[in-house]
Design a protein around this ligand. Structure first.
Ligand SMILES: [Zn+2]
Length: 267
């Protein structure tokens, strides 16, 4: 085990720390909530631990054969990760056959570190992204307060209603988050069902998946860009909640104004 962070991983680790700190400041990573992963295969010239046995994957992921990932550790607090990420992030390696996974710390004093309990869900999504030849390398899960709150409103019972509301109250959301959010029904946190439904949504083209009553998962070229997209959507959600709280009548963009917006920035 190397005594210091392998140099090629330093920028990714720094970005994890910055994004984790932002999530903490935003109140979207309470206690040990939130997780981040990034495919670092292209940064590591030599697969570092060929031949490690590892744990069998529930479903083989040939698209990830031999690939490596940085993944935040289970139980890690993002407020601590901001300050000292080195021993709170795992290096996860998929076997050359794509059927086993192993992990270790990236510094000598990381101890018995384990990746996020959402590891299998993250890997399933990374596999879809590789199959789609996407340049997206990072996945971020957090609990954006306003967006999650909005999923409790009856008027936001589906993705179409929710996105219409977000785009109509803050038109630039269409520019910065053109696909909006794909909302899933409530599924038990950490369940295989939630992981499978999220992977299906990503396979169908979603880049931001909103878990009803819970939080958000986004993929992007890097963790900062994933955070940007969730931030934009949450800003619009906050504006909706502020309008509702004001008690004043409010309108947002009407159908004609939305049609103009879509004509310019696509559906
Ligand atoms: Zn969560």
């Amino acid at each position: 085990m190397p005594p210091t962070v392998p140099r090629p991983l330093e920028p990714v680790l720094r970005e994890f720390a910055e994004v984790a700190g932002c999530l903490w400041d935003l109140g979207w990573a309470e206690a040990s909530a939130g997780n981040i992963s990034a495919d670092v295969s292209e940064l590591l010239k030599v697969p570092p631990s060929k031949g490690r046995a590892g744990t069998a994957l529930p479903t083989p992921l040939p698209a990830l054969a031999g690939r490596s990932f940085l993944v935040t550790a289970t139980g890690s607090r993002f407020r601590d990760l901001r300050r000292a990420p080195e021993d709170k992030v795992c290096l996860v390696e998929v076997s050359p056959a794509g059927d086993h996974v192993s992990w270790r710390g990236i510094v000598w004093n990381a101890g018995d570190i384990r990746p996020s309990s959402e590891l299998i869900s993250h890997l399933g999504i990374h596999a879809v992204l590789r199959e789609q030849r996407s340049d997206h390398r990072a996945i971020l899960h957090a609990h954006p307060t306003h967006l999650a709150t909005l999923t409790h409103l009856e008027r936001c019972s589906g993705s179409a209603e929710l996105n219409r509301l977000l785009w109509s109250i803050h038109p630039e959301v269409k520019l910065l988050a053109p696909r909006g959010a794909t909302m899933l029904p409530h599924l038990v946190p950490g369940s295989n069902e939630l992981g499978a439904a999220t992977t299906r949504a990503v396979r169908d083209g979603a880049d931001t998946v909103l878990w009803r009553y819970h939080g958000c998962l986004a993929h992007a070229p890097d963790a900062s860009t994933a955070l940007d997209r969730i931030h934009v959507l949450d800003k619009a959600a906050r504006m909706v909640l502020l309008c509702l709280a004001s008690g004043e009548p409010w309108r947002g963009l009407d159908d004609r104004e939305l049609a103009e917006l879509f004509a310019r920035y696509g559906h």
